[in-house]
Design a protein around this ligand. Sequence first.
Ligand SMILES: C[S@@+](CC[C@H](N)C(=O)[O-])C[C@H]1O[C@@H](n2cnc3c(N)ncnc32)[C@H](O)[C@@H]1O
Length: 230
Amino acid sequence: MFFSQFISMFMWKKIQDKLLDSYYLFKSKYDVSPYGPDTKAYWVRRRELFYLFDNGIQTDAEGLYSVTPEAVACQIAKTLNAESVLDAFCGIGGNAIGFARAGKKVFAVDASGERLEMARHNASVYGVENKIEFLHMDVFEALVKVKAEAVFLDPPWGGTRYNEIKNFGLNNFAVDGAKLLELAFQQFSKVVLRVPRQFNLLELDKFGRKYVVQDNYIRSKLYSRTLYFT
Ligand SMILES: C[S@@+](CC[C@H](N)C(=O)[O-])C[C@H]1O[C@@H](n2cnc3c(N)ncnc32)[C@H](O)[C@@H]1O
């Protein structure tokens, strides 16, 4: 009895997700993204990316397609056991806001000054701008200069077509992934890396570091993985 109830709940969840996907597909024909056709799948889901999107969230095209959805950002922030964190690729602030809301001191770094200002504004929408220090810097400078208990790395996945790469590796990030991890391991005892779901974990063997893998789901779809190195 219990088993059949569980199966029917699971099926119902799948049906709900399919219906929502169809709704988003239909809506994207009319609710046109102001950031161009490549971002339409993200624009229709903007309130899933930031629940307070309509309260004045600022973005640009890259910010929109690369932000960590709010539910995933909260999951990561809750899991990371550290009082202070360097968010070394803060973008428009999805993760930085999540960490600050979880009570952590955040150092938010981005190479784009415009996106960093959007992150600052977005943090004020969530009332956490005072818990975040915004630093306009390159990641390789930040990893050496900024001191925090942990570092969170969410390097760019190379645009909206990252899904077409079957076996995503460290060299598919828009920055040198191997160099990034090597420096992060030298400077921090706690390193967290967010990767696309099709990332090839075997690539990490060469670092000889242990890690825990967290699957990040949006509704019932695997969206990304977050790796917590110790
Ligand atoms: C995947 S997005 C980060 C999204 C962010 N976690 C969020 O939830 O909004 C990657 C960001 O890295 C920034 N970036 C790219 N190269 C960088 C570098 N060398 N140093 C620092 N930031 C860089 C980009 O400007 C972009 O905003």
